[in-house]
Design a protein around this ligand. Sequence first.
Ligand SMILES: [Zn+2]
Length: 150
Amino acid sequence: MNQELMVAAIENGTVIDHIPCNKLFEVISLLGLQAMTSTVMIGYNLASGKMGSKSLIKISDRFFSDEELNRLAVVAPNVNLSIIRNFEVVEKRQVEMPSPIVGVVKCANPKCITNNEPMRTRFDVSEKKEGVIRCHYCGREQLVDTVKLV
Ligand SMILES: [Zn+2]
């Protein structure tokens, strides 16, 4: 049986698929799902040919802004997003990490101007080193896997 069907279909809302299992709880907290009044269904440790195991979240009557999706893309890059209306997928896309990443990640350097002035942070995604982002202002590099969000 198709495991995605084990998590009930939704009439309208958003499906976030191919979430790495070790990122699921971070994604839940990032999107504020615990505070939502609409129906949220979560599939954890589902079998996935591509990833071994994956997680997916279905959220009724909720559509996310680009800013929310940018935050999601930093924590869990390459998840698949489907927009559902009347039980049909009307839009499908892969959430990709933005470059530069603006106003999402905190700089790890306490002396960085972004930690001392009221301004938005800005990080460039390194082309040479995979998973590394670099502060536009102070040059401090961080692994994207371990960043703190603003
Ligand atoms: Zn910095």
